[in-house]
Design a protein around this ligand. Structure first.
Ligand SMILES: Cc1ncc(C[n+]2csc(CCOP(=O)(O)OP(=O)(O)O)c2C)c(N)n1
Ligand SMILES: [Mg+2]
Length: 309
C-alpha cells in the first residue's frame, strides 16, 4: 500500500477527531450535563468522514436521529455541539434543535429529524430544488437499517428515480433498531435488490477504510453530473459502546448501544475501542503509521479537552 499523502492523513485526523469528540460527549452524558437525549455514533466515524470529504461546496446532507458524527465531520466544533446539547444559544443550531434535529446549514446540513424516515422524504425536496436552481449540487441522505422499514424509504427511491434527482442514499447497517436485533424483528431486506428494483446503482462499503470510502463516494458524487438518479450506498458498521443488561439468574446480556451514556466506554479506552475492523480507528492502523497516529491522538486530546469546560 502506498504511503498516505497529506489529504489521506487529513481523513485519518478527522476520524480521530470525531471519535474523541464523542468520547468526551459520553463523559458529559455520564455527568448528566445535557438537556436532550443523545445518540452517539461510536463506530460510525469512517462513513461520516468519507461522506463529508466527498461533498462538494453546494451539496446538502439530510440526517436522522443519529447525526452527531456527520455534524462533527462537517466541521462543527466540539464546543458548539456541546452547547447545542445544553440548548445554549452558542450551540451549532443556536440551541434550538438539540441533538436529534441538529442542523448546520452553513456546513451543508439543512435538515435532521428525530422522526424516523423523515430525512428521506425531505431529501426529495432538497434534491428537486437543485434541479430548479441548477447549482450542480448533490443531496446526500443518511438513514439506518431500521428506518428502511418506513414507507418513506421506498417512496423516496421512487421519487428520486422518477425525477432523475442527484441523490446518494446512505444506509448505515448496524444490524439493530433500538435494542432489538434487526433479524429478530423483521424479515431480511436485501438492500441491493431494493436498489435494483428501482434501477438505482448500489454500492456496499465494509471494513471502515476511510480512504477507500472517500474515494468511492467521491467517484459516485462526481458521476452524478452526467447521470443523475439515486445511488444507494449500504455501509456495514458496528455501533460501539457495549452495554450489558442484567438477566435474572443468568449471565448479563449484550445489547446494542442506542442512546444515552455508553457506561462501559471510558476515556481510558481512547483511541481504539475494539481491536478489529469494526472500529474505524483500529482500521486506520492498517494504512497509517502507528507512531504518527499516536502523536495525532495526543495533540487532539490537548486541543479538545478544554472545549468541554
Ligand atoms: C416514526 C418513528 N418511529 C419510531 C421512532 C423510534 N425510534 C427511534 S430510533 C429507532 C430505531 C432506529 O433504527 P435505525 O434506523 O437502524 O438506526 P440506528 O439507531 O440503528 O442507528 C426507532 C424505532 C421514531 N423516532 N420515529
Ligand atoms: Mg440500525
Amino acid at each position: 500500500m502506498a504511503r498516505p499523502n497529506e489529504a489521506e492523513w487529513a481523513l485519518a485526523a478527522d476520524v480521530l477527531r470525531v471519535r474523541l469528540s464523542q468520547l468526551l460527549i459520553n463523559e458529559g452524558l455520564k455527568r448528566r450535563e445535557f438537556k436532550v437525549p443523545v445518540h452517539l455514533a461510536l463506530g460510525h466515524e469512517a462513513i461520516a468522514t468519507a461522506v463529508s470529504a466527498a461533498m462538494g461546496t453546494p451539496d446538502a446532507l439530510c440526517l436522522t436521529h443519529r447525526n452527531l458524527h456527520y455534524n462533527l465531520a462537517r466541521g462543527s466544533s466540539l464546543a458548539a455541539e456541546i452547547a447545542e446539547l445544553r440548548l445554549e444559544t452558542s450551540g451549532v443550531s443556536g440551541g434550538a434543535m438539540g441533538c436529534m434535529n441538529m442542523i448546520n446549514p452553513k456546513a451543508g446540513i439543512p435538515y435532521s429529524s428525530s422522526i424516523l424516515g423523515n430525512c428521506l422524504s425531505v431529501s426529495t425536496g432538497v434534491a428537486l430544488a437543485s434541479t430548479v436552481t441548477r447549482d450542480g449540487s448533490v443531496t446526500f441522505v443518511a438513514t439506518g437499517d431500521g428506518a428502511i422499514e418506513e414507507g418513506s424509504f421506498w417512496e423516496t427511491l421512487e421519487f428520486h428515480k422518477s425525477f432523475a434527482l442527484p441523490a446518494i442514499v446512505v444506509v448505515e447497517n448496524n444490524g439493530w433498531a433500538m435494542w432489538t436485533k434487526i433479524d429478530e424483528r423483521r424479515c431480511p431486506i436485501d438492500i441491493a435488490s431494493a436498489a435494483k428494483a428501482f434501477d438505482a446503482p448500489y454500492v456496499r462499503l465494509a471494513g471502515n477504510d476511510v480512504v477507500a470510502y472517500a474515494e468511492t463516494l467521491s467517484r459516485l458524487r462526481d458521476g452524478m453530473t452526467g447521470k443523475p438518479g439515486p445511488v444507494v450506498v449500504e455501509v456495514a458498521l458496528s455501533t460501539l459502546g457495549d452495554i450489558h443488561v442484567p438477566v435474572a439468574g443468568g449471565a448479563p446480556r449484550y445489547v446494542n448501544y442506542h442512546h444515552g451514556p455508553a457506561p462501559e466506554t471510558t476515556l481510558a479506552d481512547w483511541p481504539v475501542l475494539r481491536e478489529s475492523d469494526a472500529d474505524p480507528v483500529f482500521a486506520l492502523t492498517q494504512r497509517f503509521d502507528r507512531d504518527r497516529l499516536q502523536a495525532l491522538a495526543r495533540s487532539l486530546r490537548a486541543e479538545l479537552d478544554p472545549q468541554c469546560r
